[in-house]
Design a binder for this molecule. Structure first.
Ligand code: DAT
Ligand code: MG
Length: 151
């Protein structure tokens, strides 16, 4: 069976606040596998594509300005249940409602600066991986830890 993949991005606020290692370590320690990573400053047009589902929302323009305002660390993580569990690691959209122990709960305060993005479902995950990465940027390898994580 092909392993599930999700698109995870540390937004400009998370990068600027020096939270890259903290955030990556949470996915890594859980047992998920990093299969692609790059630091990029997306254009506003690219941000609008990424958030196209939200284009009718009043915060859409500010959101796209923000995502394109600085470096974004774009990643693809792989593992059993990684889409749903990735969202659990991230926490609720509004950090005021995120549980302690989640990334947003522990590290963010307001919804407009919630430091991280994660795909919200398997279909969105495929679309977002394809939007942010070329197929050859996804690295296929066997993790040495896999047999200890999955048994
Ligand atoms: P999530 O990032 O948890 O998937 P979403 O897809 O509903 O949340 O919204 C995308 C981003 O838009 C979110 O991370 C922060 C911003 N956002 C959402 N709701 C907002 C609101 N009510 N006011 C300002 N920004 C908002
Ligand atoms: Mg979303």
């Amino acid at each position: 069976a092909e392993m599930e993949r999700t698109f995870i991005a540390i937004k400009p606020d998370g990068v600027q606040r020096g939270l890259i290692a903290e955030i990556i370590s949470r996915f890594e320690r859980k047992g998920f596998k990093l299969v692609a990573i790059k630091l990029i400053k997306p254009s506003k047009e690219f941000a609008q594509k990424h958030y196209h589902d939200l284009k009718e929302r009043p915060f859409f323009n500010g959101l796209c300005d923000f995502l394109s305002s600085g470096p974004v660390l774009a990643m693809v993580w792989e593992g059993e249940g990684v889409v749903t569990y990735g969202r659990k690691l991230i926490g609720a959209t509004d950090p005021q409602k995120s549980e302690p122990g989640t990334i947003r709960g522990d590290l963010a305060v307001v919804v407009g600066r919630n430091i991280i993005h994660g795909s919200d479902g398997p279909e969105t995950a495929k679309d977002e991986v394809n939007l942010w990465f070329k197929p050859e940027e996804l690295v296929s390898y066997t993790s040495n830890a896999e047999k200890w994580i999955y048994g």
